[in-house]
Design a protein around this ligand. Structure first.
Ligand code: PGA
Length: 252
């Protein structure tokens, strides 16, 4: 059975101006400094801050990630950022298909698959987000919805080295509500089964993170759930101390 090293990814979303963001990154880098961490850590800041943050993380083991990328390598796409540009700016990960992109920008599974393929083309790991809405959850559709998103959002070359899945129930994001631990276990188990049947053995090492209201206070119990290989953290990643509490829970 594949041993999957845990990954904690912080998604700063559209938060942070230069001064506070550099201070925050410095605080995180200081906590990581000189530590032989037993998990991987990545911070995905707004694109405007990548260069500054990259410098702050230079000597630490914290990696940098983008929050989204365009599918094309370059061209006439005003306002967009390519995966190659993110790689060039120091990113080794990029989030694709976050529910806020799916909702705000109408991105469907086919678009997400193209963006994940772009991340691979550029040499980055794609963090592919999936998750059911509150209505789908209440209708008992969670497992079907999530399985379909996984199958349709992964490009054929996705494997454990170039792709991470983040299961994020839309209703849990930023709401302070989380599924029960049993529900999380059931969805993660279903994602693993889906990967094994639909995508084959190359996905055995693919990490499946949980995301949605992960906090310092609930991280340890969520990260202890079977088949949870880490967390994608929004709000709590904006506070260095709390974010590090989550990292420490993963590294325990
Ligand atoms: P949250 O966001 O931790 O603030 O709920 C998670 C996410 O959207 O990735």
């Amino acid at each position: 059975m594949a041993v999957r090293r845990k990954l904690i990814a912080g998604n700063w979303k559209m938060n942070g101006l230069r001064e506070e963001a550099i201070a925050q990154a410095g605080d995180i880098a200081a906590k990581a400094m000189g530590q032989d961490l037993a998990c991987d850590v990545v911070i995905c800041p707004p694109t405007t801050l990548l260069a500054k943050i990259d410098r702050a993380f230079d000597a630490s083991s914290v990696a940098l990630g983008g929050q989204d990328c365009h599918a094309a390598e370059k061209g006439a796409h005003t306002g967009d950022i390519s995966a190659e540009m993110l790689f060039d700016a120091g990113c080794r990960y990029v989030i694709v298909g976050h529910s806020e992109r799916r909702t705000d920008h109408g991105e469907g599974n086919a678009t997400v698959r193209e963006k994940a393929a772009a991340a691979h083309r550029a040499g980055m790991t794609a963090i592919v987000c999936v998750g059911e809405t509150g209505a789908e959850h209440d209708a008992g559709e969670t497992l079907n919805v999530v399985a379909r998103q996984v199958v349709e959002s992964l490009p054929p070359q996705a494997d454990g080295a170039n792709t991470v899945i983040a299961y994020e129930p839309v209703w849990a994001i930023g709401s302070g509500r989380t599924p029960t631990l049993d529900e999380i276990a059931a969805v993660h188990g279903h994602i693993r089964a889906t990967l094994a049947t639909a995508c084959g053995a190359t996905t055995e090492g693919m990490r499946v993170l949980y995301g949605g209201s992960v906090k310092g206070a609930n991280a340890a119990e969520i990260l202890a759930v079977e088949a949870v290989d880490g967390a994608l953290v929004g709000g709590a990643s904006l506070k260095a101390d709390e974010f590090w509490q989550i990292v420490s829970a993963a590294a325990a």
